[in-house]
Structure formats: C-alpha cells, structure tokens
Design a protein. Structure first.
Length: 135
C-alpha cells in the first residue's frame, strides 16, 4: 500500500504493530522509511543493530538518507521541533525589528531556507516564524 502511494492510518498502524510483534524488524524499518518516518525508523534500527537479518547489507544507509530528504513531512516536523526549541533557547534569534526585516537567524544563516523540501501549506508559516521573508 505504501509503495503505491496509498496510506490508511489505522490500517498502517495495524501493519506496523504486526511487524513489531512478529519481530520482523527489517520490514518494519523499511515501511517506516517509506512513510517518511525516518526518525522512528532510525530509533528502531539502532535498537536492533545486532540482528543479522536487518543490517546495512539488507537496508543500506542510503535508504535512510533518501527517506529523510524525500519526506516533506519529516523536514516540516523537524523544523517545527527546531522552532519550538529556539523559542525557548534563543527567542531573540527569531525576532524581527520591523515586519519587513529579517530575523537574526535569517540574516546569519549560512544555508537558505529549504523551500523545496516543505509543502506549500507549511512553507509560508515556517518562513515567517523563523524570520525569513514570506516569499
């Protein structure tokens, strides 16, 4: 279902639970990667690293990298987590002196905002929240 672009959340969770209970770690990790849940896939792979049935020869590192880069949901979630963290850790970095100015973070960042990795619905909100121009 996942590889065909079809996801039904309740049914997906049943399938993931089934893989977990059967200790089918490699299919579980692969499905999580297909769903764009890279962080969860890494966590499970890390805990089960000693299994011969699920290692880099079966599921190469590039699968994890590709999953993260392909997943707008993952990038959006990570940016959301970073935003929450920065609001507590360094709120001054997110502040703009005027509505049309950039934040300290936006003006000092060495990499551009990842517009192409974020769905249009979330892009504008995240750009503004981090102090970049709205587009």
């Amino acid at each position: 279902m996942v590889r065909n672009g079809e996801t039904y959340p309740a049914l997906m969770q049943v399938g993931l639970d089934m893989y977990f209970r059967l200790r089918e770690i490699c299919p579980l990790v692969r499905t999580l990667l297909d769903l764009g849940q890279t962080e969860r896939a890494i966590e499970i792979a890390w805990r089960n690293m000693g299994l011969a049935s699920c290692d880099a020869s079966v599921l190469p590192g590039v699968a994890f990298f590709d999953s993260l880069i392909r997943s707008p949901l993952q990038v959006t979630q990570m940016l959301g987590s970073l935003l929450l963290f920065l609001k507590v850790w360094d709120p001054a970095a997110l502040q703009c002196s005027t509505p049309l100015s950039l934040s300290t973070l936006a003006s000092c960042a060495t990499v551009p905002f990842p517009d192409d990795l974020i769905p249009p619905k979330s892009r504008r909100m995240l750009r503004v929240a981090f102090g970049f121009t709205a587009e």
